[in-house]
Design a protein around this ligand. Structure first.
Ligand SMILES: Nc1nc2c(c(=O)[nH]1)N[C@H]1C(S)=C(S)[C@@H](COP(=O)(O)O)O[C@H]1N2
Ligand SMILES: [Mo]
Length: 224
């Protein structure tokens, strides 16, 4: 079966697909799945807005904001796709509660961009930007983590357009809304901005193991 699209609820909450949620539900040993998650054997398609067209002649990825050099860094498609890559296997946990296990991602580690375009000392957060203005904020430490990468392939194949072609961020240790599809920019933030879902009631950190789903949980003071 091909990818399934899950629509957003009218109230702006991310809405799971109940039918397939029930059908695909399976429990794994507790350590493998974060609390409240179930395994999906398909790879659902979930996003807000349309799927953008890719034009390799005009596509670029920009690193901007508080860079150490004070300059913006920019890679066109040819240069970006020539950067050092790595392969890693990781699970994807969506806050609507499905998890897709054992994805083999291939792409450019975020740490490569941090090396080539370092932030100013003192930068603690980044905002990752996508086509059509989608964004997600995260701590610099989450962006810099070993397994955060800008994926170009999954399971040996180019990403499908609806899964973020040509480049999506993958931050496997955070809820999947931080894994920005159609990534186009990294902004080294001054202060702590909130991205698209973080402005709409979702958690600024979003650690699935701590079940940091909603912004109101930030008020309990757990900030790490
Ligand atoms: N640009 C963009 N990236 C996005 C989204 C989006 O709406 N726009 N949705 C996020 C959410 S909520 C999830 S769960 C994952 C889903 O990725 P998938 O469609 O490849 O399963 O993409 C994330 N990345
Ligand atoms: Mo999601």
């Amino acid at each position: 079966m091909g990818p399934r699209t899950i629509e957003y609820a009218a109230d702006g909450r991310m809405a799971g697909n109940r039918t397939s949620e029930a059908a695909g539900r399976e429990r794994l040993p507790q350590k493998r799945l974060p609390p409240g998650q179930y395994v999906s054997h398909e790879w659902p398609v979930l996003h807000y807005g349309p799927v953008p067209k890719f034009d390799p002649d005009t596509w670029d990825l920009q690193v901007f904001g508080a860079t150490a050099s004070g300059q913006e860094h920019r890679w066109g498609w040819e240069d970006f796709s020539a950067l050092r890559r790595r392969v890693l296997v990781a699970d994807l946990h969506c806050v609507t509660k499905f998890s897709v296990l054992d994805n083999e991602w291939e792409g450019v580690p975020a740490s490569v961009l941090l090396e080539l375009a370092p932030p100013e000392p003192g930068v603690t957060h980044v905002m990752v930007w996508a086509e059509y203005g989608y964004s997600a904020n995260m701590r610099l430490s989450d962006f810099a983590a070993d397994h955060t990468l800008f994926a170009i392939h999954r399971n040996g194949e180019r990403l499908a357009p609806e899964h973020g072609y040509p480049v999506r961020l993958v931050v496997p240790h955070l809820y999947a809304w931080k894994s920005v599809k159609w990534a186009r920019g990294v902004e080294y933030a001054v202060g702590e901005p909130r991205g698209f879902w973080e402005e709409r009631g979702y958690h600024k950190i979003a650690d699935p193991w701590r079940e940091q789903r909603y912004a109101y949980q930030e008020l309990t003071g757990e900030d790490t």
